[in-house]
Design a protein around this ligand. Structure first.
Ligand SMILES: [Zn+2]
Length: 239
């Protein structure tokens, strides 16, 4: 049987750790090939700590963030591909879209995880979502780089939790139990030294989602990760 896979498309490295680290680690542990497409190194917008050193250069910050992101991805059990498109602002290009389409076709993900549709605090995030969605649909177009032997079905899209959900019109309808991989997710937090102020914040988020997961399922759980499905779940039986 072909190995299952999952695709994660993020604007910055921190996002795949805080928002989807549990899902990545959990599915990697289940044997999925997990691939992260990281559109920037977060060098301007999520590297505040690095910029406090006098005379620091953009290239140095990028190298430091790349190293952190690679180590975090390795801990979570994922492979990572960087697009180096810059952040604050992130801008898309035809080449990026084309590469993302190729990734969808190559990875054939069972699901894709990306940002919320809106984020008035961070314009890089919805841009990444737009690219993720556009590439997902173009990958379905038979006339784009035609190959009659290709088998590809657009995967379900799960939006991971933004920093301030209410302002982002974000309403989760899936809570993933990440108890089995919480320690792994927390270890990945600790690699992101530039954002130490968020370690405890995202631990609280996971605890709150875990409490809500227990409440909604009647099953004991401690840590959760919230997602919003964009498309209907097609089922044969209601349960
Ligand atoms: Zn971000």
């Amino acid at each position: 049987m072909e190995q299952k896979s999952g695709l994660v498309i993020t604007a910055h490295p921190g996002d795949f750790v805080w928002r989807a680290g549990g899902a990545i680690a959990l599915h990697a542990r289940k044997g999925y090939r997990m691939k992260i497409a990281c559109l920037s190194y977060g060098e301007r917008g999520e590297s505040q700590f690095a910029w406090k050193q006098a005379g620091v250069k953009l290239e140095d910050v990028k190298a430091q963030r790349r190293d952190e992101a690679e180590r975090a991805a390795a801990i979570l059990g994922a492979e990572i591909e960087f697009f180096d498109a810059g952040d604050y602002p992130l801008r898309s290009s035809e080449a990026m879209l084309d590469r993302l389409v190729d990734i969808y076709r190559e990875v054939k993900p069972a699901f894709v995880l990306t940002h919320s549709l809106h984020d008035p605090y961070n314009f890089d995030h919805p841009l990444a979502t737009h690219l993720a969605q556009e590439a997902r649909v173009i990958a379905q177009a038979a006339g784009h780089k035609p190959d009659p032997t290709r088998a590809y079905t657009a995967p379900p899209v799960f939006l991971f939790e933004p920093h301030q959900p209410e302002q982002c019109d974000y309403k989760p309808n899936v809570i993933l139990n990440i108890d089995d991989v919480w320690e792994t997710k927390r270890k990945a937090f600790e690699i992101l030294a530039a954002q130490k102020h968020l370690w405890d914040y995202y631990t609280r988020v996971a605890l709150n989602r875990g409490m809500q997961g227990g409440r909604n399922s009647g099953r004991a759980m401690t840590y959760g990760e919230a997602y919003q499905r964009l498309f209907p779940d097609i089922v044969e039986e209601l349960k």
